[in-house]
Design a protein around this ligand. Sequence first.
Ligand code: ZN
Length: 327
Amino acid sequence: MGKYIKSFLISFIFVTILLAPGCSTKTRLEEDSIQAVANIEDVQEAEKEENSEESRLKDKTKEKIEKEVNKEEKSENKINKQSNSNSDPKSNKDLSSSDENKEAEPNPEPKPTKFVYLTFDDGPSEVTGEILDVLKNHNVKATFFVNGISIKNQNESIYAHMIKRMVEEGHAIGNHGYFHDYSITYASKEKFKENVDKLDKYLQEIAGVKTRLFRFQGGTSNTVYKKHLKGTTMKELFKLIRSSGYRYFDWNVDSNDSAQDTPSASSSVKNVLKGIKGKDNSIVLMHDSIHKTEHPDAVNTIITELKEQGYGFKKLSMDSYNSQHRK
Ligand SMILES: [Zn+2]
């Protein structure tokens, strides 16, 4: 547009100069040409402005287009991502493959949220080795509340070997009193303490084991103590055991294997599977005793079943889950 105006004005000036009648005086011509030059300058100025306006517009348009393109690219990416996740779950997996690799561990099974603490009282016994074999096969850690050497397990080297095996294979050991005899255990507050200290000393001597996990014989809710314990209460024993640095444990699932001398594997399995239902943490009471010959089979079935149901297994410790019948 500017160019047309410019050439039109120049032509107009020349025609005016050449054809204007009576305008041949130098002054008039000079004035006209000055005016014309001024006009040209005005035009040029306007052109410049127009040009800069044009370039501003161009820049703006360019910017706008670039923005639009970016927008389109972004929404295209969004659509691609959506279509990937909607139509092709595999490619979605590929996108997060680096994260998956980070999380990939030898055991890809989901982490358990419910736990079982298998506990075995009164050992070691003739079946301890078999129970330890089963636990080892399943890579499950348990807790053994042991007694001292007695007529039932009087071979000291076997006793010491079993205690050491429990420790070496990652299980926890708890004090259950040296003698398992209520008339001795609950004879008095002093006798009770003696029975605990005797086992503590013995475990340290024979196997280098020091434990502060404890289980009362018969549990804290036992009623047998009443027959023997005169002049003191179970509450005083709780206090005594705590002040000696022990943490005591009862159970919230009973295999009920003490109800019979030789319980069948199936009855123990049934009682345990029924007992753990609805619990996030289960402390299971079983016995490690010469009479419990079915136990290795029972333990094998219990672990297999519970692992299939997604349960994890843990051993008791000073800061683990606890179940106490009385405090
Ligand atoms: Zn016991």
